[in-house]
Design a protein. Structure first.
Length: 597
């Protein structure tokens, strides 16, 4: 392939360098060519972000017959140096709060659930320390990473106890008394001050490095290369830091994206400009050089598990023709929290069926009010998500999840999926022909409102903007984006489709039997009632705007593309300003089901 001038400059560089690479800019290709240009006897280590990236990189280097390059993840490297040496046993799934209560014999203050809240903070403090560059726990202040006021007040009260028990937990792991976690052996690797026998070390996804791994990397004698994208930093919640900003290496750029067009690049750049509201943002260049016209792979991307699961529920209940779906990552991870509690446990607590609850911590709670109190004092986002789903769907959940799982294909059959569902964190490094965003991302309007009210957390807000940027740049071709996220005055183009805001209380039109129609309003989850007033056709036209406008060839082409790309009837209705029944009627008229399935 023909290399860009930027790539050539990187390949010919000397000394320690850092590469700021925009999404889809061929950074792996650049790294491979950089390694190929080094002397054949050179020993080279390539540090990949995760296992899937590692396996892909191994294949690419092998295809080039570059057997002098060793590919590792930070954890696989640490595993070999620590776990085997000390004969540790690893607990892959980590510990849950109930196990920590029992292991450390935690005592509360007599108030309900205190020991569980303490256990939750011990696990977080442990993760904070293990991912940090600190030499001992006392070098850190755990309160620095506790943001909620109620959680902070609780931690302040029990700080010495939480810190002491965190040290005890790590001591038990160190002595081999209990199984160790992935975070622990990476930390022990860092504290051992390893010297790695390589001439070059290539560190990928440097914008999301753990301080522990960055400390190991910077202490090596090898020539060092960091590659990443400052605006793709999205793992701050895992205590990651942007190594591109933490090092003073000579900087190189990769600004041409081979993934998407300039229209998509402009959209991504527009989102990054929002950073002007919170900091002194330095504009970057993205040259969109992608030319894909395909729409074979279709993905729905969300900011949160909750947003994704709600959209998946909408798809399986509305689009009965969809037979195969796929969730990036294990599908069960969307119904289980990290500490082992499941969506079903929360549902059983909601129904007062304690005998069916499997998670011991949830089982110990009297009711949902106690669970809400626990969530407030621990900032447990995953449990909060589960509570919201239970309150929204109640006892429909088992059947809904059963239907979702019945349509889910396994990893080796991913290509069969008509729709792929993923959060941004799980699809990092992925790309799809067309994507639809769920309306749970930050918007400029929300950002400006928070800024005006003095509610801005600089680091978190920056990461929220990055999440939207990462989501937008997953597409190779087109994107469907809610109007609530992007302003409707954004320049229109064939590859960017704005989906209108969801009407707060959606109204359905009953097909008129005469020149009168009745509008139904939703009264509750299971009951509808007619509004007292009946509207004339003219009044309905006035209320619904585009509802009765004639379908043109351009609109028919647009609805055909949206149907093929898997957009739901609800989102198409919002997009066109029509009712779902009007959309279904047009789909039937155009025979899209029989033509496209």
């Amino acid at each position: 392939m023909e290399l860009t001038q930027e790539q050539i400059e990187i390949i010919n560089s000397t000394g320690n360098i850092k590469i700021n690479a925009v999404a889809g800019s061929g950074k792996t290709t650049t790294i491979i060519e950089y390694a190929r240009a080094r002397p054949k006897e050179s020993k080279i280590l390539y540090l990949a972000f995760n296992k899937s990236v590692k396996l892909e990189a191994v294949k690419k280097f092998a295809d080039k017959k570059m057997f002098n390059v060793k590919v590792e993840t930070a954890h696989s490297l640490a595993f070999r140096h620590i776990v085997h040496k000390f004969n540790y046993k690893v607990r892959p799934q980590g510990y849950n709060t109930y196990e920590i209560v029992e292991l450390l014999h935690l005592q509360g203050n007599g108030e309900k659930l205190t020991e569980y809240i303490i256990a939750n903070h011990i696990l977080k403090f442990s993760a904070y320390f293990c991912n940090s560059h600190a030499l001992k726990i006392q070098d850190l202040n755990y309160l620095d990473v506790v943001t909620d006021s109620k959680a902070s007040a609780f931690v302040h009260t029990f700080y010495k106890y939480i810190e002491g028990k965190t040290r005890l937990l790590l001591s038990k792991m160190d002595k081999g008394e209990i199984e160790i976690t992935h975070d622990f052996y990476l930390k022990k690797f860092q504290l051992s001050n390893p010297q790695l026998d390589y001439d070059y070390i290539l560190f990928d996804e440097g914008q999301d490095a753990s301080p522990a791994m960055l400390d190991i990397f910077l202490k090596q004698k090898a020539t060092k290369v960091i590659v990443g994208d400052t605006h793709q930093q999205i793992y701050g919640w895992r205590f990651a830091v942007n190594s591109l900003e933490k090092t003073n290496f000579e900087t190189y750029q990769l600004s041409t994206s081979f993934r998407f067009s300039q229209d998509i690049a402009n959209l991504a750049l527009e989102v990054l400009k929002w950073k002007n509201h919170i900091e002194d943002y330095k504009p970057i260049t993205i040259l969109g050089n992608g030319t894909s016209k395909a729409f074979k792979t279709k993905a729905v991307l969300a900011r949160t598990n909750l947003g994704l699961l709600l959209k998946a529920i909408e798809y399986v209940t509305e689009k009965k023709k969809v037979k195969h779906i796929y969730f990036e990552g294990n599908i069960n991870s969307y119904t289980y929290a990290d500490d082992g509690a499941s969506l079903y446990d929360v549902l059983n607590l909601y129904n007062g069926k304690h005998f069916l609850i499997k998670d011991k911590m949830i089982k110990a709670m009297k009711d949902m009010a106690e669970l809400a109190e626990y969530i407030e004092k621990t900032e447990d986002v995953q449990l909060k998500m589960m509570v919201e789903i239970v309150l929204e769907y109640g006892n429909e959940i088992p059947e809904i999840i059963k239907e979702i799982k019945s349509k889910h294909v396994e990893n080796d059959e991913k290509e069969k999926a008509e729709i792929i569902f993923s959060t941004v964190h799980r699809c990092k490094g992925m790309e799809y022909d067309t994507i639809q965003l769920v309306n749970d991302f930050i918007s400029e309007e929300k950002l400006m409102k928070s800024n005006k009210n003095g509610e801005i957390d600089l680091a978190k807000t920056n990461e929220e903007i990055n999440l939207l940027y990462v989501a937008i740049t997953r597409t190779r071709n087109s994107i469907y984006i809610p109007e609530g996220i992007i302003n409707e005055d954004f320049p229109r183009c064939p590859q960017i489709h704005l989906i209108r805001k969801v009407i707060e209380q959606e109204k359905e039109l009953v097909p008129p039997t005469s020149k009168r129609v009745i509008v139904f309003d939703k009264k509750s989850d299971n009951e509808f009632r007619p509004i007292d007033k009946a509207y004339s056709v003219n009044e309905v036209r006035e209320t619904y705007g585009d509802a009765y406008k004639p379908w043109t060839k351009e609109l028919d082409d647009e609805i055909t593309v949206m149907y093929c790309e898997g957009v739901t009837a609800k989102d198409m209705a919002n997009h066109f300003g029509r009712t779902k029944s009007a959309i279904r009627s047009r789909i039937k008229k155009l025979e899209l089901v029989s033509i496209y399935g």
